[in-house]
Design a protein around this ligand. Structure first.
Ligand code: SAM
Length: 330
């Protein structure tokens, strides 16, 4: 069937699947506080439809799948989906990005279902600040979820923090200490213009370089991880004392498009070749009208062939997407 290669030679081996646009938090950088119009259930892909797309993608060389959302753990029966995807030949890395609120309840089941890795979003260890950012008082449940994932036997647990100037600079160092002490990897993500409230402002972006300076001053010297995998969007560092790794996803200040091999599938079945691209390829009407696997493969190839050089748009400027992060899948 051939591989998914774009016109710049980037081989696409990584598929991010949003399983729902619903979420049990309302993070200010992602979702509006109220009045969110969620997709009706019939517009969301069924597990069998997702599995079929993953089978086709795997035959085209996709080996990594990440489930995201919205919040993937609020989708009923998501462990069954994990089991279905873990069984697809060629999928060697099956991961989930979660806010951790329900992780304590699901960690064991997810592990048994065949999930390989889990990333948990955590922007602060301060309960009050957490409630301010997430608009829900859920920090204790998230921390319990992370501990449960560890007990369930997940290794390489990764914490993701969105860094914002004037909001959580003070949390950079405590988060790094927390992660180091427990053996978690930590990634800081620059605030991207994908918030439902449309309040993104360049002034609020805490650039990767500054995060690294805060870490070096507050925790200890960092050294770049040798032979960084260009396909990984973070720039990876380890603390010079050998304890702990941190990454910075500098999508705003230093985009990493050259190494991007990712394709995204929204919960309602649209393929996107970039978080920032307005272009979408609809799979749902095809899936529901008896399309062949060869036609689905062609659609994926078309989506990949149309990928722009940088940030999904001609010229590579940073565009605000019509959809917010929870509507695409982060
Ligand atoms: N609910 C899950 C979670 O919180 O991890 C998965 C979906 S969430 C959209 C995926 C990731 O996107 C999270 O780590 C979140 O912090 C990040 N994110 C959401 N909006 C963002 C934005 N505007 N800029 C940068 N990262 C963002």
């Amino acid at each position: 069937m051939g591989l998914l290669i774009d016109t710049f030679g980037r081989v696409h081996t990584d598929l991010r699947i949003s399983v729902t646009d619903r979420c049990n938090l309302r993070c200010t950088y992602c979702m509006p506080a109220a009045g969110v119009q969620f997709k009706p259930h019939e517009d969301i892909l069924a597990f069998e439809e997702i599995q079929r797309l993953v089978r086709v993608a795997a035959r085209l060389g996709v080996g990594k799948v990440r489930l995201t959302g919205g919040e993937p753990l609020v989708r009923r029966g998501v462990c069954r989906l994990v089991e279905m995807l873990a069984a697809v030949p060629g999928i060697h890395d099956l991961a989930m990005t979660t806010n951790g609120v329900l992780l304590a309840a699901y960690a064991r089941e997810l592990k048994q279902a065949g999930l390989h890795r889990v990333n948990v979003s955590l922007d602060t260890l301060d309960r009050e600040k957490f409630s301010g950012i997430a608009r829900r008082d859920e920090l204790p449940n998230v921390l319990e979820g992370i501990a449960a994932a560890q007990r369930a036997g997940f290794s390489r647990i990764k914490l993701n923090a969105v860094a914002q100037r004037g909001l959580n600079e003070d949390d950079v160092v405590p988060l790094a200490r927390f992660a180091r002490e427990r053996g978690f990897d930590l990634r800081f993500i620059e605030f991207m213009p994908l918030d439902g409230d449309r309040c993104w402002d360049a002034e609020r972006v805490l650039p990767g370089e500054e995060i690294l300076r805060l870490l070096a001053d507050g925790v200890g010297p960092l050294e770049p991880v040798v032979e960084p995998d260009a396909r990984v969007p973070a720039t990876e560092y380890r603390f010079a004392d050998g304890i702990g790794r941190v990454g910075v996803i500098a999508s705003v200040s230093r985009p990493f498009c050259r190494g991007c091999g990712r394709l995204r599938l929204t919960a309602d079945g649209r393929l996107q070749n970039c978080l920032f691209s307005p272009d979408e390829w609809e799979t749902r009407p095809l899936l529901r009208t008896g399309v062949s696997d060869a036609q689905l493969a062609e659609l994926m190839r078309r989506a990949v062939r149309a990928k722009r050089a940088e940030r999904g748009v001609e010229g590579g400027w940073l565009a605000r997407h019509e959809r917010a992060m929870y509507q695409i899948g982060g």
